[in-house]
Structure formats: C-alpha cells, structure tokens
Write a protein that binds this ligand. Structure first.
Ligand code: ATP
Ligand code: MG
Length: 363
C-alpha cells in the first residue's frame, strides 16, 4: 500500500518558516515511528501570484483534491495589498475551501498548563481547558442571497441573508456528533432559535441527527448566552456546534481563552472521499504576520498542532497525535518560549527553528 499523501502549501510571510518546523516533525514520524508520508509542496497566496499571476494555480487545486490532507501555512502580506480583489492571496485559500467543499471547521481551544498564567483569564477558569468548536463554514449569512447594497426609496439598504438548508445543517451536525463520539460524548449546539427562523430549523435538525448518536449528551444554548458562558465557565463545554457567523465570533472568543495566536491550530473538513477519509485542510489560525516575517520569531506550535490534528482526523493516528501534543506540552513545561509567549521576566525567547528542534527532541 502506498503512503498517505500530504500537500504542503507554505504560502506567505511566516507560513514557510513555521512549515519548515512541521517538516522536521513529519520526518521524525517517518524515521522513528515508521509512519511515512508522501509529501509534495506547492505555492499558494502571494507566492503563487508571483509565479502564476493568480493565488492558486489549477494544477495546485487538482493536487489538493487528490491528496489525503492539505497543510497550509498562511497567505497574504503588504506586498499584495493593492492587488485586484480577484487575485488577492486570500482568494487562493477561499478557492481551496470552496472547491474542496470544506463545510466543517474545527477549532480547538486548549489551555496548556504551562501557559495558564499567560491566558487573559483567571487561571482556575482556564487551567486544563480542552474544548472544540465546530463551525459551519460554507453557508449561512456570509453566502445567503439576496445580498448587496440596494436603493430603497431615497436611501440605500445593506442586505445579507441568513439561509440554511436542512442538508447543510445536517452534515455539519453529523461531523460534530462524530467528533463528540471520539471525545467526551458531550455536545452543545448554539443558535438563536428564540429570534431566528434558521435557528429554529437548526435546533430541529440537530435534535433529529442526535437520534443517531444516543450516547452523546446534547444540549442547546442561545448563542449570546453561549458567549457569556464561554468566558464565565468554559470548562462546562466539550464540543460546541454552531453556524458560520456565530462560529466566527465564538471561536475567536474561545481562542483568546488560551493565550497566543501562535498556539492555535484548525482543521477544515468536508465529505468523505473514496478511501473513507474526509477532504481535509489543516492550518494555523494565525495569519502571515508580516510584522515578524523573516526574523525567526514566529511560533511554529500552531502549525505543528495543526499537523497533530491531521494525524488524528485524516490518518487515524490518535495515539501519535497525543504523542506530538505531549511533546509540545513538555517543551512548554520545560520553560521554552518563543517571543509571543513571553510573560515572565528573566526568560529569553528561542527562535522558530529552535522551538521545532526542542519539540523533535521531546518526541
Ligand atoms: P490575517 O488577516 O491573515 O488573519 P492578521 O493580520 O489578522 O492576519 P496575523 O497575521 O495572525 O493577523 O498577526 C496578528 C498578530 O499576531 C501580529 O502581530 C503577529 O506578529 C502575531 N502573530 C501571529 N501569528 C504568530 C505566530 N505564529 N507567532 C508569533 N506571533 C504571531
Ligand atoms: Mg485576522
């Protein structure tokens, strides 16, 4: 049997820097755990624009459709700010998400013990936190029609439409229930069924899907209360399922429970392929961070933890994902910090590449 395949798209800014550290990790798994991957690499974002005149070449799109998982660094940067909208670096990422039909966005918010002091919240609120937000990514108010700015009488009106079909809700719900089954069998669905029709349908469909997962304890919460609970007592949650708009806000809110942008991974999953694996793209939550690009300051952990998610969700290597996460935990506990994680006095930062090295050593 051939090795599982990964397409690496480092992108722009700190993307290539953090991805170089993921490469070290991938090599380690091949050498030491007999877990070899067929890795190919290609361009996305500004890097692709520089070569192809567009942020994602068709050949790259084809490759992405045919590998087991895509790992992406980050796209964009000031060099590309004045480009036409249709060729902006971000469009490369949007095209990947759209054509791969990645409807389920998984964003964990996990607080490593060593960083609990660093979080913006009181330590007892976040220590040991480990939750996962599942955000519907391809529909809802960001896509619904009609949309636009229209003339109405003697003034203009801006319109967006929150729109969800039953099947869109159902597939997102299924991916959240599947995830809940692999975790602690607890799922909280958030909408505003008190004031929104789409929320009423959302609650109805999620409740129906729940019948297929009798072991999962399902609860519903209005999203505004959810935002409050997320900050007040986040450990009451395990998996949270929500729509595109609320998920955008709630996942950023949850992210900040844990400390730095440099720590946060994500996965975007679509329908199962012929081999049973979901279409999948893994990327750090952070952007290309032009302010620190090229200086060896970037924290590679978000990208490395994104690879851990790939091990778990694309390659069925949960134990190896645990191993990698434990290695990250260990280097943090040992006091290793990139500049973004510095809080304590008297600790001097290590570089991107040194962080990769200590994680490999911890493995
Ligand atoms: P995007 O629009 O792509 O989301 P952004 O401008 O919103 O990008 P980032 O590029 O993520 O945000 O950068 C926000 C801030 O966080 C910057 O100051 C950046 O230096 C810092 N930052 C982001 N990622 C990292 C990282 N991996 N390590 C260290 N600092 C980071
Ligand atoms: Mg941003």
């Amino acid at each position: 049997m051939s090795n599982p395949s990964i397409l690496i798209l480092p992108g722009d800014g700190i993307g290539p820097e953090v991805m170089a550290e993921v490469r070290k990790i991938i090599t380690w798994f091949g050498d030491k755990r007999d877990l070899a991957f067929d890795v190919s690499e290609d361009l996305v974002g500004g890097a692709a624009y520089d070569v192809h005149g567009k942020p994602l070449a068709d050949e790259t799109m084809d490759k992405a459709q045919n590998v087991d998982a895509v790992l992406l660094g980050a796209v964009g940067g000031p060099k590309y700010d004045d480009l036409d909208f249709s060729v902006k670096p971000e469009r490369g990422l949007l095209r990947l998400r759209k054509e791969m039909d990645l409807y389920s966005n998984l964003r964990p918010a996990q607080c490593f013990d060593a960083l609990a002091d660093f979080s913006s919240l009181k330590k007892d609120i976040v220590a040991g936190l480990d939750i996962m937000i599942v955000r519907e990514l391809t529909s809802g108010v960001y896509f619904g029609e009609p949309r636009g700015i229209f003339e109405e009488g003697n003034e203009r009106v801006g319109i967006n439409t929150q729109r969800y079909t039953e099947s869109e809700i159902e597939r997102a719900a299924r991916s959240a229930f599947e995830l809940a089954m692999r975790r602690n069998k607890k799922l909280c669905s958030m909408e505003k069924a008190n004031v929104m029709e789409s929320g009423i349908l959302w609650r109805e469909v999620v409740t129906r899907v729940a019948a297929d997962y009798p072991e999962v304890e399902l609860s519903h919460m209005y999203a505004d209360n959810g935002a409050m609970q997320l900050v007040r007592a986040p450990k009451q949650f395990d998996v949270i399922l929500t729509d595109n708009l609320f998920g955008d806000i709630l996942s950023d809110c949850a992210a900040m429970l844990t400390g730095s942008l440099g720590m946060l991974p994500s996965a975007s999953l679509g329908a199962p392929m012929a081999n049973g694996r979901p279409k999948a793209l893994y990327e750090p939550v952070h952007g290309s961070a032009p302010d620190i690009a090229g200086q060896g300051k970037a924290n590679p952990i978000a990208c490395i933890l994104s690879f851990a998610m790939a091990l778990r969700y694309s390659f069925d290597q949960g134990a190896e994902a645990d191993r990698l996460e434990a290695a990250v935990e260990k280097v943090l506990a040992d006091g290793h910090r990139t500049a973004d994680l510095l809080g304590e006095e008297g600790v001097s930062p290590i570089s991107t590449s040194e962080m990769g090295d200590v994680i490999v050593a911890a493995l």
